[in-house]
Design a protein around this ligand. Structure first.
Ligand code: SAH
Length: 503
């Protein structure tokens, strides 16, 4: 019987300097440049060899011989009803075999230590960027060259060259194949480059044929460390890498969101607001805008008769601290996604030294507001002070549902900057938002429109209040919306609950 072997490969090159020979690449990859080596992987044999290995220039090649028979056999064992699935058939029919998830698996098997950034011989080289050139001559790319650029473009490479491969070079009139030739050039840590390929090759392939186990999420998070959380194509990457499995994708996204927010939390909103505030008022000592905001929120909470209060996106705990000073607030829960912010909040509140009674009134907990959370149900009021503008607009409906649809407190207070007022901040260049992490800032009309829809969708009424000096032309610097759950909505909810209990 004839066995057809498909071959897929990639090359990794580096250049050397007098004190750093290029052949160090062999140490970093844990594969000696003088020897060709073969490894068996579950899909066929992988070979590592060095087409060139001098002090000036060194290239390592990884070649995978895909064994279609082994593939089909594996597929039969695992596939539904014993039939190899369509994606598998595609692999078997793909000739020449292109770089794919198989190559990614081989990469992780053969260069395991390098992927982990481990090198006992040259530890300092393993963690330092080196001049790299990576070439994948035939990369199957669903989404074409354009998507390849979107995926590798934001990763800091100096050159990302993507060329569509012709279906058959001898017959250019046949047009382009679904493969591209990819060349990446720039300074990068070897481990980072390998991790990017490990994730992005199967993402581009989008036909990962093997069973996606829950530990794929961990693999994704580990290999994505340092570059995935912030990647503009993150949703597509997680979705495709996890083979469109919604539960796993959601899990990965939640974890990555926590990472991103923890990283972007390095700016202190209040200090920025206060600095801007001070520049506008020269006569009396200005009241910081943050203090105006807290006063307005406290008044609204008292007005609503709230006792048990959630501070959602509590940041460093200034509002929680103010709430603690008023005994009418019997239970105060601060929630934030950033561990760093919560640690600072806990220090500010001196939680560890608090008397038992005080401590019994307050809790800080980590959580993301874009996911429903049972712990948030049943409170009198929730505050979202300067939080919504930190979310991407397309995540806002998720927060809306988690707060107004699921937690459903009697009162919800939302504050957000009024972008019209920005012209009054002398230090703020035109068209700029007030804080580096603001994803958007709204006009009064935009905020009212959003608030009205939210209220209508979830059975609340809404009233708007100014915070800070209300400018006749551009309005106040901060806008506050007070949402109140209507009785009929509460009744409906109770009925539903009763119905569920009875059932
Ligand atoms: N409420 C505070 C802090 C506002 S800064 C104040 O008024 O001063 C915004 C805060 O929202 C940050 O602490 C940030 O970590 C938090 N945050 C942003 N997105 C979040 C999310 N999805 N879930 C929970 N907290 C979030």
């Amino acid at each position: 019987m004839q066995t057809i072997l498909g071959q897929v490969f990639l090359t990794i090159s580096t250049t050397g300097t007098p004190d750093r020979p290029a052949t160090d690449l062999g140490f970093l990859l844990h594969k000696h440049p003088d020897r060709a080596q073969a490894f068996s992987t579950s899909h066929g044999a992988a070979h590592v060899f060095y087409p060139e290995a001098s002090a000036e220039r060194c290239t390592a090649a990884l070649l995978l011989e895909v064994d279609p028979v082994a593939l089909v056999r594996r597929g039969k064992g695992k596939g539904r009803g014993g039939a190899p699935d369509a994606a598998l058939a595609q692999y078997v029919n793909d000739r020449p075999y292109a770089a794919s998830s198989l190559l990614s698996v081989a990469l992780a098997t053969v260069f395991k230590s390098a992927l982990g950034g481990v090198c006992r011989a040259l530890p300092e080289r393993a963690v330092a960027p080196l001049p790299l050139r990576i070439e994948v001559p035939a990369l199957p790319a669903r989404g074409g060259a354009e998507l390849v650029r979107r995926l590798f473009g934001p990763l800091g490479w100096e050159r990302v060259e993507v060329a569509q491969v012709a279906l058959d070079e001898q017959f250019p009139e046949w047009g382009a194949s679904r493969y591209v030739r990819l060349v990446l050039e720039g300074e990068s840590r070897l481990a980072d480059a390998l991790r990017q390929l490990y994730i992005l090759l199967p993402v581009l392939d989008d036909a990962k044929h093997y069973w996606v186990a829950p530990d794929e999420v961990d693999k994704l998070l580990r290999a994505g460390e340092g570059w995935l959380a912030d990647h503009p194509e993150r949703p597509l990457i997680t979705r495709r890498y996890l083979s469109h499995r919604w539960g796993l994708t959601r899990q990965a996204d939640q974890a990555l969101e926590l990472v991103r927010l923890a990283e972007s939390d390095d700016l202190d909103v209040d200090s920025v607001d206060n600095a801007v505030d001070e520049s506008t008022d020269t006569e009396e000592k200005p009241v910081p805008l943050a203090e105006h905001r807290r006063t307005a929120i406290l008044e609204a909470l008292r007005g609503a008769g709230a006792h048990r209060v959630l501070d959602l996106g509590c940041g460093q705990g200034q509002l929680v601290q103010a709430l603690l000073k008023d005994v009418r607030f019997t239970e105060i829960v601060g929630v934030d996604v950033s561990m760093r912010a919560l640690t600072i909040a806990s220090r500010r509140l001196k939680l560890d030294r608090m008397g038992e009674r005080q401590a019994g009134r307050v809790a800080l907990q980590q959580g993301s507001l874009t996911y429903t959370d049972k712990r948030l149900k049943g409170y009198d009021a929730a505050v979202l002070s300067e939080v919504i503008e930190h979310l991407d607009l397309d995540r806002l409906p998720a927060l809306e549902y988690a707060v107004f649809g699921s937690a459903r407190p009697g009162t919800v207070l939302v504050t957000t900057p009024n972008v019209e007022y920005n012209v009054r901040w002398e230090s703020l260049p035109a068209g700029h938002v007030r804080h580096g992490d603001h994803r958007f800032e709204w006009t009064r009309a935009e905020f009212r429109e959003w608030a009205a829809k939210v209220a209508e969708r979830h059975g609340y009424t809404v009233a708007h209040l100014p915070v800070g000096p209300d400018d006749p032309e551009v309005g106040p610097p901060t806008q506050l919306a007070v949402f109140t759950l209507t009785d009929t909505a509460t009744d409906k909810n109770n009925e539903k609950k009763k119905g569920a209990e009875a059932a």
